[in-house]
Design a protein around this ligand. Sequence first.
Ligand SMILES: Cc1cc2nc3c(=O)[nH]c(=O)nc-3n(C[C@H](O)[C@H](O)[C@H](O)COP(=O)(O)O)c2cc1C
Length: 221
Amino acid sequence: MTDSDEGAASAQAFSPTEIRAVYRAIEERRDMRTFSGGAVPPEALSRLLHAAHSAPSVGLMQPWRFIRITDPSLRARIYDVVDAERERTAVALGDRYSEFLRLKVEGVRECAELFVVALREGRERHVFGRRTLPQMDLASVSCAIQNMWLAARAEGYGMGWVSIFEPAELCEVVPMPGDAEPVAILCLGPVPEFPERPVLEIEHWTTARPLPEFVSENGWD
Ligand SMILES: Cc1cc2nc3c(=O)[nH]c(=O)nc-3n(C[C@H](O)[C@H](O)[C@H](O)COP(=O)(O)O)c2cc1C
């Protein structure tokens, strides 16, 4: 965006500087697995959780629950749950077994802050927007996590979404109601740097496809 775009903005638009900041956070957000220890000050942590909690949710059901892990022994047990699934994922990948194990896919032990994010209990009561698409609860939690991810990037903190875990095993370590469901382990904190591109590209695991391949008009072509 350049200043000459200003005239095209609607009356409700942010200022050009603010618009650039929003797009910058979106473009420079990265999934982070390498952390430099340190801490996230309580005020910043509070802002990030408020950002998450400001997310849209289907029927305004707010299906998220953020469990902050501060007990080092709990963190160690969560790491073990992730590591066990990392091995099983590698096996499931077959001939990419060793290549996968060389990737860094989590920062559970090094990050300043660790959260388990779960879908809340009692979700079946919420029918609005979920009668035919019950997975809209997960979509809503994803919106919350993305808000937190972008706010963290803007504040200079890295965040990584870890989904490499067996939910039942995680629930043994972090007990929760039977109909709740953990969907993310979030690693958050100071990072040495933000890579310019997804780590999975830098490590030659895969390549992101360009936008035109994902947009069509009047049908799926
Ligand atoms: C729902 C979800 C789950 C993910 N789980 C993991 C994970 O377990 N381990 C990991 O290293 N990255 C995980 N990622 C990060 C993706 O690999 C990453 O977003 C993708 O490679 C693009 O990189 P970028 O986020 O830096 O743009 C996850 C991302 C999402 C959205």
